[in-house]
Design a protein around this ligand. Structure first.
Ligand code: SDX
Length: 428
């Protein structure tokens, strides 16, 4: 028996289908609304709009729950490695030992990029923001991997997905090396995913670079925390770009561009810059006051979330990882961490933040951790993009395989000028 909802309009009553998922809010199917009522819905920012059906990730913002294919994020962060989570997001199940070995082998053996693609980097200024460089390099992959851009062929889509997951760390590391003026370091097949990335970033031809296993495990966990997050702005961008039939590399480049914004993935860079600007614990009240002042555009970066109206479960694990990394590196009193911990403590007891349900999000502690690992602030969002690539590509595949999906083409409420005749310039 189909559940329906009644919509009472001036001249007619509509009956709309209601659908229920595994859990979470039900949806009112309004696809026929325009045809039956001549009206659109209006929801800028899509605060009440489901754009798709998905089996990949579920977030309960009030309870602070994040599940990937049903598995809680803390259980994955504690027990899985990043490529295991990549397999889970892509194929829907945790891999068996054989499947894991095969997937790890395939990804490892696709980590090199076409040698011609390395020429693209030298066209950038050395001080170009690494996000600008990876956005260009990922888009340029469309020019090199023609044999895997037929989106109608599931086998080709899987090759493109493995290539994207495998090559994004190499591209990200090359953007870093180009930015700091050091020679590119090729990937190594004897290193794991996160360890390979650390090696490509911090090894030099001058001496043996030994990857610290505690730090590479911490980075691998940070990648897991950033892997996917249902229909966030950049994932929705990838889905919308993909809905036109654009090739997967162009769609991921679009996702990178969207993630760069300070309200989204750029918040980890902005949060660290904010902590540095605050500088000391005694200046926190001044910035809390600014964050609460509606006339001041300043916001606490790394705080608040469209969905989480409780503590972001990833932020808790991020904070634990931050302490683990600082401990391993022997960083006892990091002034930025002192400011962050005190800022969090004050904000969580402040009436304004409580009323607006503003909690630390994943970007609040990631900057301190990534800085301690040796990355410059400008690389923080690059690492977010590196990790989120698997989420984007998994959601892109799901969109292509969804029979209900068609080209995304929202409508609008027109509030512009009435129809009028052209006036020649001589009469204006
Ligand atoms: C990510 O969507 C995802 O899942 C994203 C992400 C992912 O994994 O993909 O989780 C990653 O992008 C995390 C968010 C990172 N961004 C930041 O930390 C930037 C600071 N946060 C804000 O810009 C804001 O909280 C957003 C953008 C995250 C959410 O914005 P919303 O949902 O549109 O909420 P809003 O801006 O309407 O805020 C509601 C109220 C407003 O006050 P009123 O207009 O109602 O009076 O809360 C206030 C805001 O002014 N507010 C803040 C605040 N965030 C919201 N006030 C001070 N500091 C803040 N950080």
């Amino acid at each position: 028996m189909t559940e329906t909802g009644k919509l009472k309009l001036d001249d007619k009553d509509l009956e709309l289908k209601i659908e229920e998922g595994t859990f979470g809010p039900k949806v009112l199917d309004i696809a026929s609304l325009y045809k039956e009522s001549g009206m659109f819905t209006y929801d800028p920012g899509f605060t009440s709009t489901a754009s798709c059906k998905s089996k990949i990730t579920y977030i309960d913002g009030d309870a602070g729950i994040l599940l990937h294919r049903g598995y809680p994020i803390d259980e994955l962060a504690d027990n899985a490695d990043f490529l295991e989570v990549c397999y889970l997001l892509l194929f829907g199940e945790l891999p068996t030992a054989t499947q894991k070995e095969d997937f790890d082998f395939r990804v490892t053996h696709h980590t090199m990029i076409h040698e011609q693609l390395t020429r693209l980097f030298t066209g950038f200024r050395r001080d170009a923001h690494p996000m600008a460089i990876i956005c260009g390099a990922v888009g340029a992959m469309s020019a090199f991997y023609h044999d895997s851009i037929d989106i109608t062929d599931p086998h080709k889509r899987e090759i493109a997905s493995v290539r994207m997951i495998a090559k994004i760390p190499t591209i990200a590391a090359m953007a870093y090396k180009y930015h700091v003026g050091e020679p590119f370091v090729y990937p190594r097949n004897d290193l794991g995913y996160a360890a390979n990335f650390l090696h490509m970033c911090f090894a030099t031809p001058c001496e043996e670079y030994k990857v610290n296993p505690i730090l590479s495990r911490a980075l691998d966990r940070i990648f897991i925390l950033h892997a996917d997050h249902e229909q966030n702005a950049s994932t929705s961008t990838v889905r919308l770009a993909g809905s036109s039939g654009a090739n997967p590399f162009a769609c991921i480049a679009a996702g990178i561009a969207c993630l760069w914004g300070p309200a989204h993935g750029g918040a980890n860079e902005a949060a660290l810059n904010m902590l540095e600007e605050i500088g000391s614990v005694d200046r926190i009240p001044e910035y809390i006051a600014r964050a609460k002042d509606r006339d001041d555009p300043f916001r606490l970066m790394g705080f608040g979330h469209r969905v989480y109206k409780n503590y972001d479960p990833r932020a808790k694990i991020m904070q634990k990882t931050c302490h683990e990394v600082l401990g391993e590196l022997g960083i006892k009193d990091d002034p930025l961490l002192d400011v962050a911990m005190e800022l969090e403590k004050i904000a969580l007891t402040d009436e304004y933040f409580i009323e607006k349900k503003l909690y630390p999000n994943i970007d609040f502690y990631s900057g301190i951790t990534l800085k301690a690992l040796g990355f410059p602030t400008s690389m923080f969002t690059v690492l977010f993009a590196l990790a989120r690539t698997v989420g984007w590509i998994a959601q892109w595949n799901e969109m292509i395989e969804d029979p209900e999906q068609r080209i995304g083409r929202p409508r609008q409420l027109y509030t512009g000028a009435d129809k009028r005749d052209f006036v020649p310039v001589s009469e204006r």
